[in-house]
Design a protein around this ligand. Structure first.
Ligand SMILES: [Zn+2]
Length: 85
C-alpha cells in the first residue's frame, strides 16, 4: 500500500519568485498554459523539461477537469516550502 504524503487535495494558488502563477496540487506544480473567459488550462511545470503531459482546467478556484498522471515523482521539497503544517 502506498500512502500519499500529501493531502488529497485542494489546489493551492501560488506565485513564484518571478511573478508567475503556479497551481500546486498533491505535490505537483502546474503553470498556466492559456486562459480564456471560461477557464484556465494548466500544464505540469516539468512539461518542457520532462515531457510530462499532466494537465488540468480551472474556473476561478475550482478544478473543472484534471489529468494528474505524471511521468515523475512529486516535487516534495518544493512543496514543503509552500505547505508548512
Ligand atoms: Zn508532471
Amino acid at each position: 500500500m502506498v500512502i500519499n504524503p500529501f493531502p488529497a487535495d485542494r489546489p493551492r494558488f501560488l506565485v513564484s519568485q518571478r511573478g508567475t502563477k503556479i497551481l500546486a496540487i498533491s505535490g505537483y506544480k502546474f503553470c498556466v498554459h492559456y486562459k480564456n473567459k471560461m477557464k484556465t488550462r494548466w500544464i505540469c511545470s516539468t512539461h518542457n523539461s520532462k515531457g510530462c503531459k499532466a494537465m488540468l482546467f480551472t474556473f476561478g478556484n475550482e478544478i473543472l477537469k484534471i489529468k494528474n498522471v505524471h511521468t515523475h515523482p512529486p516535487d516534495a521539497m518544493q512543496y514543503k516550502t509552500h505547505y508548512s503544517a
